[in-house]
Ligand binder design. Structure first.
Ligand code: HEM
Length: 440
């Protein structure tokens, strides 16, 4: 066998154990109507995710399913995320059968995968602390301030381009380019390479789901390989000639290996881009579907930050995560065994009627909207939460301020993913444009 054939076979084998087998198991359970399985196969094959979450909620606070435990309960999700008897879910913590673990270990492609070790998202302390610390420290108040200036500049440039064109797809023309540009700034990605980020995000986002098809998995891996190559070149450059960007600070502060750095960069790119585009897109659609709420915002722009919290609550970009029991334990009257996995339905927790009155209602004046778990909780709580809030608030206020009669010209198309909730396209147009003097 040639090297290329061997590599391809190893990749296929890895896909087969990590995705092919779970895919088949999910398909069987989904056909039997099991709501968690239907949720995990995604809305195209499984049906309306919000309705499926409610089916799980009515079964109990902590539900055992043939696949894993699941909860849509706000208090339990928060407890589990902050309980050190739980670890992150990765192939080691799950204690898979020996032959499967062997395949996973021996087919490791050493690509910068945002959701596999050594990504901070997929490891536990103390390793987690070593990866998270330098990244958290690079987001200094000065760095955030500079990003704020850049967000305003990029937003204004995008609005100028919208002014000169139309009708639009507000994902491709607005919600996507803003976070892509900001992540490019953070990672010091050269200007000529920035347009590729949108495609890379599209191909990389499904990697957060389980049970991928071979085609989607292969496309995701190719994307990781291409970005990995570019990130490595960038790390070499920034090690010798550091800039004042956030990635240079991470490289200097962290004492991380090149592979660990590349994985942190891939995580920042994925976590920072694919989530924020969905937050802005989900907000645009919710506001266009609720003109009364939009009118309140146009009247009193001071309400924008709470409106963003309400979008995070009702249509958060990350709908689920999971944790794996580190030992045998009792929780909510149930006995969990070491290595059992619990799927935490964050989107469900954010609609928990015990915490949110009329949880299905979109209400930008909701006083406790900020109690959502859209950014998770505990040691893995989102590092980019304040940046995401800032991007969304500036982008939305500026868009609706400039085009107060913005309207949908077709049905927004869903991305069709299980973990991420968002739109692939939002067709829209506007007749009336406010003059630039009235702009944000
Ligand atoms: C609306 C936008 C965003 C949402 C909804 C979101 C959501 C999340 C969630 C739910 C987690 C934790 C998952 C878990 O506990 O298993 C997470 C982690 C993370 N997010 Fe975000 N995120 C957003 C934007 C960003 C941005 C803009 C960045 C950075 C530029 C970022 C960087 C990270 C990182 C580095 C982690 C890993 C933290 C850790 O494992 O310690 N996120 N995010």
């Amino acid at each position: 066998m040639t090297l290329a054939t061997t590599e391809r076979f190893a990749m296929w084998l890895r896909w087969a154990v990590l995705n092919g087998v779970p895919r088949a198991a999910l398909a069987v359970q989904a056909r039997r109507g099991e709501p968690l399985a239907r949720l995990l196969v995604g809305p195209r094959r499984g049906g309306d995710p919000d309705a499926l979450v409610e089916q799980i909620r009515v079964r109990g606070r902590l539900v055992r399913t043939p696949l894993a435990w699941a909860t849509a309960d706000h208090s339990l999700c928060r407890t589990i995320l902050r309980d050190n008897r739980f670890n992150v879910t990765n192939t080691e913590n799950m204690k898979l059968p020996a032959p499967i673990s062997w395949v996973i270990r021996h087919t490791e492609p050493r690509l910068p995968h945002p959701a596999e070790p050594p990504s901070m998202l997929a490891v536990d302390p103390p390793e987690h602390t070593r990866y998270r610390h330098p990244v958290a420290h690079a987001f200094t108040p000065r760095a955030i301030d500079r990003l704020r200036t850049r967000i305003i500049e990029v937003t204004n440039d995008l609005l100028e381009s919208l002014d000169a064109s139309g009708p639009w797809d507000l994902i491709t023309d607005y919600a996507g380019p803003l976070p892509a540009e900001i992540i490019a700034e953070i990672l010091a990605i050269p200007v000529e390479r920035r347009p590729r980020l949108l495609d890379r995000g599209e191909n990389g986002a499904p990697l957060l789901d389980i049970g991928l098809s071979w085609k989607v998995f292969r496309r995701g891996m190719k994307t990781l390989r291409d970005s990995g190559r570019e990130i490595s070149e960038r790390i070499d450059q920034l090690r010798t000639e550091p800039g004042d960007d956030i990635f240079s600070h991470i490289i200097q502060n962290g004492n991380l290996t090149d592979h660990e750095l590349a994985t942190s960069a891939a995580l920042l790119a994925g976590a920072g881009f694919e989530t924020t585009v969905n937050l802005i897109g989900n907000a645009i659609v919710l506001l266009l579907q609720h003109p009364g709420q939009l009118a309140m915002l146009l009247e009193d722009p001071g309400r924008w930050p709470n409106a963003v919290e309400e979008v995070l609550r009702l249509a958060g970009p990350v709908q689920m995560t999971s944790r794996t029991a580190a030992c045998n334990l009792e929780l909510d009257g149930q006995h969990l065994r070491a290595h059992d996995t619990v799927v935490l339905l964050l989107g469900g927790a954010n609609r928990d009627p015990a915490v949110f009155t009329d949880p299905e209602m979109f209400d930008i004046t909701r006083t406790n909207a900020k109690e959502h778990l859209a950014f998770s909780s505990g040691v893995h709580a989102c590092l980019g939460a304040s940046l995401a809030r800032m991007e969304a608030t500036i982008a939305l206020q500026a868009l609706f301020g400039r085009f107060p009669d913005l309207r949908l010209t077709g049905t927004p198309t869903s991305r069709g993913l299980a973990t991420l909730k968002g739109f692939r396209g939002i067709p829209a147009s506007a007749d009336r444009k406010m003059s630039s003097a009235t702009r944000t």
